[in-house]
Design a protein around this ligand. Structure first.
Ligand code: NAD
Length: 479
């Protein structure tokens, strides 16, 4: 059985207390590796290394940081097949998805911020007989905590800007999917990343994650995960005046008007509902359809959903792989049961499946539910699996009210060919991202994050560089 280690001070370490936690292959429902159950002692070691490395890394020239980070991105590209396969085994998602999205994006994240730092400039403000200029300085030792749904993709999304501007980092990947972060630590050694600049601690959120966020010497926390844990981190960070950037859950609406490009909408809605088994914070789980095309949409959508292939993530024609863990599968199935209790009708799916050859894997059929009101728990709570609800609306106002009827506010997709309506909805919908006639189209320069219970702060582009630096104003009077 493969045993992975922490990455501390430039070396792979066994956990100091010797504890390990199991790592599972969701497609076969069996343990295949183990990861450190890190403790305070490992954190102390990582913190000492990160603190020692900080003054040197912070003063390293931008060109040098650019060079090392670019080398890391190159190494991801050179190890593409190995990483893609590892992500597929660890998470249960289709191999084609890790090849097309997860691993290319991990290298793009690092390359993007390696380049961004060479272009990053700060403001100056002229006054009469004086000038102000803003220095943007790295903060110190910062924490990056990431989830299991896009493991290496979101891990690199956080560490790349933090490192590019000169911080040192202690990162904690999800204990559910630690493998690619471990393989990444081996690439850091090959890339010649100076010891202590990045440290990776594996282990449970409630133990090592909490210890990391509690620590007074951690100056900032970038977190992606559930709203529940994000709230805990926000409370702790406020108590110790840490900066916190929180990317949290979503319950995103997909608003479909009769005047949309129907074929494009249908194809994209299949993706936005079920890509990554519905385990993307940006998936559209509440589908709102204008009444005049509701019946047509329902028939076509349910027909197509019923044909999606669920099975071995290594197969090219598999559209949905396994859910990430047995516990998560049970949670998703409990929402299907709840949907029935709340008066919903399951139009397709709604059960665990046992694909041939992967009978014990954690698979759930893509599920469409009809007949639930906006106030029901299934329409209010994040299910984070292959379960969507469909509802009809009559007017634009009703569509906006339904879309905004949520404690979350991450993203929304609007489908219409009426440009005036598109702009009006974009302004009136309370989400951090609004897509018009598309979904998941991302430019890494744009601000990324959510409103309400979906986020605090923004990452991406300049926003991330700003988050990971402290601005200092210098005012010079010259007469
Ligand atoms: P989670 O909140 O359970 O865990 C996320 C990370 O936090 C993990 O590394 C975990 O170990 C750690 N953690 C758990 N408890 C902690 C604690 N008390 N203190 C410090 N760290 C702790 O989330 P998850 O189940 O891994 O991921 C799914 C969630 O992530 C969903 O809600 C999804 O919407 C959200 N998500 C959001 C975005 C976004 O950009 N907004 C992107 C991806 C996923």
């Amino acid at each position: 059985m493969k045993r992975i280690g922490n990455y501390i001070n430039g070396r792979i370490h066994t956990p100091l207390k010797g504890g390990y936690i199991p790592v599972y292959n969701p497609a076969i429902g069996e343990q295949y590796a183990e990861a450190p159950d890190s403790t305070q002692e490992d954190l102390d070691l990582a913190l000492a290394a990160a603190k020692k490395a900080f003054p040197i890394w912070a003063k390293t020239s931008q060109e040098e940081r650019h060079k090392i980070l670019t080398r890391l991105a190159d190494l991801i590209d050179e190890n593409f097949e190995n990483l893609a396969k590892a992500e597929c085994i660890d998470n249960g998602k289709p191999l084609w998805l890790t090849q097309r999205v997860d691993i290319p994006r991990a290298s793009a994240n690092i390359r993007f911020f390696a380049n961004a730092i060479t272009q990053y400039s700060s403001e100056s403000h002229k006054m009469e007989k004086a000038i102000n200029y803003t220095l943007r300085e790295p903060i110190g030792v910062v924490a990056a905590i990431s989830p299991w749904n896009l493991p290496l993709y979101l891990f690199t999304w956080k560490i790349a800007p933090a490192l590019a501007v000169g911080n040192t980092v202690i990162a904690k990947p999800s204990e559910v999917t630690p493998m690619t972060a471990y393989l990444f630590s081996e690439l850091c050694i090959l890339a010649g990343l100076p010891p202590g600049v990045l440290n990776i601690l594996h282990g449970n959120g409630a133990s090592i994650g909490a210890a990391l966020t509690d620590h007074p010497e951690i100056k900032a926390i970038s977190f992606t995960g559930s709203t529940k844990v994000g709230r805990e981190i926000a409370i702790k960070a406020a108590g110790s005046f840490k900066k916190a950037s929180l990317e949290m859950g979503g319950k995103n609406a997909n608003v479909i008007f009769a005047d949309c490009d129907y074929d494009k909408m249908l194809k994209t809605t299949l993706r936005s509902s079920f890509e990554n088994q519905g385990q993307i914070c940006l998936c559209g789980s509440r589908i709102l359809v204008e009444e005049s095309i509701y019946d047509r949409f329902k028939k076509d959508f349910v027909d197509r959903v019923g044909k999606l292939v669920v099975g071995n993530p290594m197969n090219k024609n598999t559209k949905l792989g396994a859910l990430v863990s047995e516990g998560h599968m049970e949670k998703v199935l409990s929402y299907v049961a709840l949907a029935k209790e709340e008066g919903g009708t399951i139009l397709t799916g709604g059960e665990r499946v046992h694909p041939k050859g992967n009978e014990n894997g954690w698979f759930v059929a893509p599920t469409v539910v009809e007949g639930l009101g906006p106030e029901t728990r299934c329409n209010q709570e994040e299910i984070f699996g292959p379960v969507v609800t469909i509802m009809s609306f009559k007017t634009e106002e009703e569509a906006i009210d339904l879309a905004n009827d949520s404690l979350y506010g991450l993203s929304c997709s609007v489908w219409t060919s009426n440009i005036s309506r598109a702009h009006q909805l974009a302004a009136k919908i309370d989400t951090g991202i609004v897509w018009i006639n598309t979904w998941l189209k991302r430019d890494l320069r744009t601000p990324f994050g959510g409103m309400k219970g979906s986020g605090m702060g923004r990452e991406g582009g300049l926003e991330a560089l700003r988050f990971f630096t402290d601005p200092k104003n210098v005012c010079i009077e010259y007469e």
